[in-house]
Ligand binder design. Structure first.
Ligand code: G6P
Ligand code: ZN
Length: 562
């Protein structure tokens, strides 16, 4: 069949502004005629001179509308002179594996189809995200350009009759207006497994899982929450490392994630918590929809906060072959993330960076060789092996540390606290609040905390007294490219190292989600193992008073506590 490019007229849609992590909207929004086409065309146009003859990766987390979106992308890419697409079989590519494919095959970039941890299905969310040639989420300059193009678009180029079967692995060749266009359908898992085997010592993990005369088998419980990690987890934990298939839960990908929030935290992965609480498993982990987030639990559901997870891995990285070979450069964490890793950095004399929320801010630091490991309180941990956070990588890193130290997850964390002190940390989420009222609250709070005289004030809450050292709306100057990110969250820092942070989420698709982060540092061994909720109660109380959160939102308790 002769395939031809046509230029279709379209009108711009409002609000195609990518936020923290791509364009995320309800599926129904993406299903409007022209909506997805416009955004894909804007991504491609933004490539400028790199578009013609480019090769891009395409894949997503398997949620509802993924295969339709892949079809649209294939047709529009063919219409725009893209030379080749590498598409995950059935449209599947976890976010970390897409990042790897872009880097490994030196592609121009990739289009990732996911709304990460947001629920999926016809009545829930979809998302499209563009990653650049380093494998990481596009920086602000690129997403702003895409947004600008989406506001003035009048037509898109498409090859309507190009139909490509993405369920079969292999190279498919087409001729479009006399030029060649290729789609290579790839195994979504294979390249990722190869990468993990290059990074980690699989033999030591295999021995740990198998056990020996001196040590019983180490029981690993994995819960993929019906997201994209299922096939990756089965290949790695069962086939490669010898874990039992019975220990793999919800590893079949479902387009609506079984009707749940595919978000690995204590609330949405309650089934993992419940199963591991019984004491039969030594480590438990869950991942989000697209496989970049992770939650790690020790025996009897001992919860490792993401901030502690980052710090413990930072302290033990040299037991992993990848870091042994390449050395450990600095560390980074997002601003709201607990500062436990800062203490490890100081101890190990490494650089430490505090960036805004969003994985994209780590990319420049990694590309410049300044950091090896980074993490966020939002259940993200990763390294410079790719440019996305990586859920399965994090669990393999934990298994490596456990195999190396020969101790349980709980003892490793507790010994870490006793060496470095403990950064108690909690996050309260108030989901789906009224946007106007939430904005008002943030403005009022900013005015209050930046007014002259706020720094230096002392507040009493419960048995504690806090003196404000400084407060601001966090701003980041990227040390590599000099770009500035403003308005990244209100910080109140106290003289004892405690902190309160308020942010509006950038990943929701409707209303506003207020996040309140509270941190308090203790080195006193008598209190170090106390429950975090108890230790943080006074500072949370103070946060609620300072922000007047209840008055603005009408909420007397958060939707989720992590
Ligand atoms: C995504 C990004 C993370 C970021 C998180 C913040 O998951 O990939 O890097 O930490 O969003 O979400 P929020 O809802 O707090 O803006
Ligand atoms: Zn995600």
């Amino acid at each position: 069949m002769v395939l031809q490019v046509t230029e279709d007229q379209t009108k711009a849609f409002e609000g195609q502004k990518p936020s923290t992590s791509g364009l995320r909207k309800a599926v129904k929004v993406f299903q409007q005629p022209g909506y997805t086409e416009n955004f894909v065309q804007s991504i491609l146009t933004a490539l400028g001179p790199r578009l013609a003859g480019s090769t891009l990766a395409v894949g997503g987390d398997g949620r509802f509308f993924c295969t339709e979106a892949v079809d649209i992308i294939i047709k529009i890419a063919a219409g725009n002179g893209v030379a080749k697409l590498l598409v995950g079989q059935n449209g599947i590519l976890s976010t970390p594996s897409a990042s790897n494919v872009i880097r490994k095959y030196k592609l121009t970039g990739g289009i990732l189809l996911t709304a990460s941890h947001n629920p999926g299905g016809p009545d829930n969310d979809f998302g499209i995200k563009f990653n650049t040639s380093n494998g990481g989420p596009a920086p602000d300059a690129v997403t702003n350009e895409i947004y600008d193009l989406s506001r003035t678009i009048t037509k898109y180029k498409i090859v309507k009759d190009l139909n490509c079967n993405i369920s079969e692995i292999g190279l498919k060749k087409f001729q479009v207006d006399g030029k060649s266009f290729e789609v290579e359908v790839i195994d979504p898992v294979a390249d990722y497994v190869t990468l993990m085997k290059e990074i980690f010592d699989f033999d030591s993990m295999k021995k740990l899982i198998k056990g020996d005369a001196k040590r019983p088998p180490f029981q690993v419980l994995i819960n993929s929450m019906h997201g994209v990690t299922g096939p990756y987890a089965e290949e790695i934990f069962v086939k490669e490392l010898g874990a039992s298939q019975e220990n793999m839960v919800k590893t079949n990908i479902l387009p609506d994630f079984g009707g749940h929030h595919p978000d690995p935290n204590l609330t949405y992965a309650a089934d993992l918590v419940e199963s591991i609480a019984k004491g039969e498993y030594d480590i438990g982990a869950a991942f989000d929809g697209d496989g970049d987030r992770n939650m790690v639990l020790g025996k009897k559901a001992f919860f490792v906060t993401p901030s502690d997870s980052l710090a413990v891995l930072a302290a033990n990285l040299d037991c992993i072959p990848y870091f042994k070979k390449r050395g450990v450069h600095g560390f980074a964490r997002s601003m709201p993330t607990g500062a436990a890793v800062d203490r490890v950095a100081a101890d190990k004399k490494k650089e430490i960076f505090e960036t805004p929320t969003g994985w994209k801010y780590f990319g420049n630091l990694m590309d410049a060789g300044r950091i090896s490991l980074c993490g966020e309180e939002s259940f993200g941990t990763g390294s410079d092996h790719i440019r996305e956070k990586d859920g399965i990588w994090a669990v393999l890193a934990w298994l490596s540390v456990v195999a190396h130290l020969g101790k349980s997850v709980e003892s490793i964390v507790k010994e870490h606290w006793s060496k470095y002190g403990r950064n108690f940390f909690t996050r309260y989420d108030y989901e789906n609040c009224d946007a106007d009222q939430s904005n008002k609250m943030m403005i009022e709070l900013e005015n209050k905390v930046t007014a002259p005289g706020f720094a230096g004030q002392t507040f009493k809450s419960g048995s504690k007294t806090y003196t404000v050292q400084a407060a601001d709306n966090f701003e980041y100057l990227d040390p590599i490219d000099g770009s500035v990110a403003k308005n990244q969250g209100i910080r109140i820092m106290f003289t004892d190292g405690s902190r309160l942070i308020f942010r509006l989420s950038g990943t929701g698709s409707s209303g506003a989600t207020i996040r309140l982060y509270a941190e308090s540092y203790e080195s006193d061994k008598k209190v170090i193992e106390n429950p975090a909720s108890e230790m943080l109660q006074p500072i949370v109380q103070l946060a609620l008073e300072l922000s007047q959160l209840q008055k603005y939102t009408g909420r007397d308790k958060p939707t989720v506590i992590t």
